[in-house]
Design a protein around this ligand. Structure first.
Ligand code: PLP
Length: 459
């Protein structure tokens, strides 16, 4: 029989051995993990992490795009502790409720755009997008148009990892495993100007990319299309920031054909773009919004769907029972943390901080990084950003895939106390919203050092 040793007495090697022996990590090559061993993160404060060897690391990815208020916020810890003592769990099925989800629902309806007056809670963003698929199809059913089944999404989108979430997503590697996408979900190209539209101005390309939606609607048949879903800024796909002309044209097309518009705000929500929600940054009025991550700043799992009046009215007044729900829909402890988190975002003025101070400071930093020989393009939106690494700045020539330039750079980041993520040849970041301008400068020095080391290795 295995003996489980106490946490404090284990060395890094002990953790790595047990990890490789028993823990199947998400999105991980199991053999590679066993060979190299995981980095074990043991504690955190503000925007910094520490690993089991005592190294301090600046977390420019906010955990996994979620720790918006930074680590160690006492208000969130207290909210969880209080709720765990009072009532750790009770369900929201069968006409029962607990106070925290009611309070959180009220607060969410205050901070979201005015068309949102209802929320359906889930345990994660993936479950939120599964809920979207079921709700969208139910909506059209109730309206007597059951043939409206098709949901249009985009290539390289990420909408989660459940069957519906991965199907909505446009990740080829995910579709290649398990027979995805499920029927009734189709994809158009993403609005990635550098890869697909450099012969045009960004604005012209934005309109062209949006019209791919119209082409697809006409191909499928307008009476069969139920909804379009998109992330305001594609996050996991590489922080693909669309041209300003893109979303207004998407809105026009959805309005013209009467199809529902779904904004996946799992990353862009709760201040990331300098607005409460990404749809506000880009001037669109979605009918449904998926959220997760930033709703609790990742302190505890929680997700959901904001349901706009157009859909809510039909579901409530004509729909009868909606045969859908999760054990943890409206989990009281998770919702108590959500309430504390939103109050804290307000108290600290984090949305304004991103819009007026931290976001513009990050944009300035990225402008200066454009002088680096490896950086072919640098873009930010609020507190998210991407650096495109190129072989030749003048011609825009990219490194061959075999070089794995992003992974080389990511390795140097890890080795120098910085967490950034690599998506192909794009180095991406989404740091905690509490980041100060001095901390952005500190991050800038780290990035430049890592780019220099990457350049040396690539030569
Ligand atoms: N939607 C978007 C835009 C995401 O980025 C993610 C996760 O990264 C999800 C959905 C899925 O959320 P979860 O991992 O909580 O299921």
């Amino acid at each position: 029989m295995n003996t489980v040793t106490s946490r404090t007495t284990r060395s890094t090697a002990d953790w790595q051995r047990a990890d490789a022996a028993h823990f199947l990590h998400p999105f991980t090559d199991f053999q590679s993990l066993a060979r190299k061993g995981s980095r074990i993160i043991t504690r955190a404060d503000n925007i910094y992490l520490w690993d089991s060897e005592g190294h301090k690391i600046l977390d420019a990815m906010s955990g996994l795009w979620c720790v918006n208020v930074g680590y160690g916020q006492q208000a969130l810890i207290d909210a969880a502790t209080r709720q765990l003592r009072e009532l750790p769990f009770y369900n929201a099925f069968f006409q029962t409720a607990t106070p925290p989800p009611i309070e959180l629902a009220e607060l969410l309806c205050e901070v979201t755009p005015p068309q949102f007056n209802h929320v359906f809670f889930t345990g994660s963003g993936s479950e939120g997008n599964d809920t979207v698929v079921r709700m969208v199809r139910r909506y059209w059913d109730v309206l007597g148009q059951p043939q409206r089944q098709v949901i249009i999404s985009r290539k390289n989108a990420y909408h989660g990892s459940t069957m519906a979430g991965a199907s909505l997503g446009g990740m080829a590697a995910m579709h290649a495993q398990g027979g995805l996408p499920i029927p009734g979900i189709v994809h158009i190209e993403q609005p990635y100007w550098y890869a697909l539209g450099r012969s045009m101005s960004r604005d012209d390309f934005g309109r062209v990319a949006a019209r791919w939606l119209e082409d697809k609607i006409l191909e499928v048949g307008p009476d069969k299309v139920a909804a379009f879903i998109g992330e305001p800024v594609q996050g996991a796909g590489g922080v693909i920031i669309p041209p300003e002309t893109y979303w207004p044209e998407i809105q026009r097309i959805c309005d013209q054909y009467g199809i529902l518009l779904v904004s996946d705000e799992v990353i862009c929500g709760f201040g990331r773009t300098g607005h409460w929600f990404g749809c506000e940054r880009f001037g669109v009025r979605p009918d449904l919004m998926t959220f997760a991550k930033g709703v609790t700043s990742g302190y505890i799992p929680l997700g959901g769907v904001m349901v706009g009046d157009r859909v809510a009215t039909v579901m409530i007044e004509q729909g009868g029972e909606f045969e859908h729900g999760y054990t943890y829909s409206g989990h009281p402890t998770a919702c108590a943390v959500g309430v504390a988190n939103i109050r804290l975002i307000r108290e600290l003025g984090l949305v304004q901080h991103v819009r007026d101070t931290a976001g513009p400071h990050l944009a300035k930093l990225f402008e200066t990084l454009k002088d680096h020989p490896l950086v072919g393009d640098a873009e930010t939106c609020g507190l998210m950003g991407a650096l495109l690494l190129v072989k030749n700045k003048v011609t825009g020539e990219l490194f061959p895939d075999e070089v794995g330039i992003g992974m080389v750079c990511r390795g140097h980041c890890f080795g120098n106390g910085l967490i950034m993520r690599a998506v192909g040849n794009r180095m991406i970041m989404a740091p905690p919203l509490v980041m100060t301008t001095a901390q952005i400068d500190e991050m800038g020095s780290l990035i430049r050092r890592c780019l220099d080391l990457t350049l040396e290795q690539a030569r």
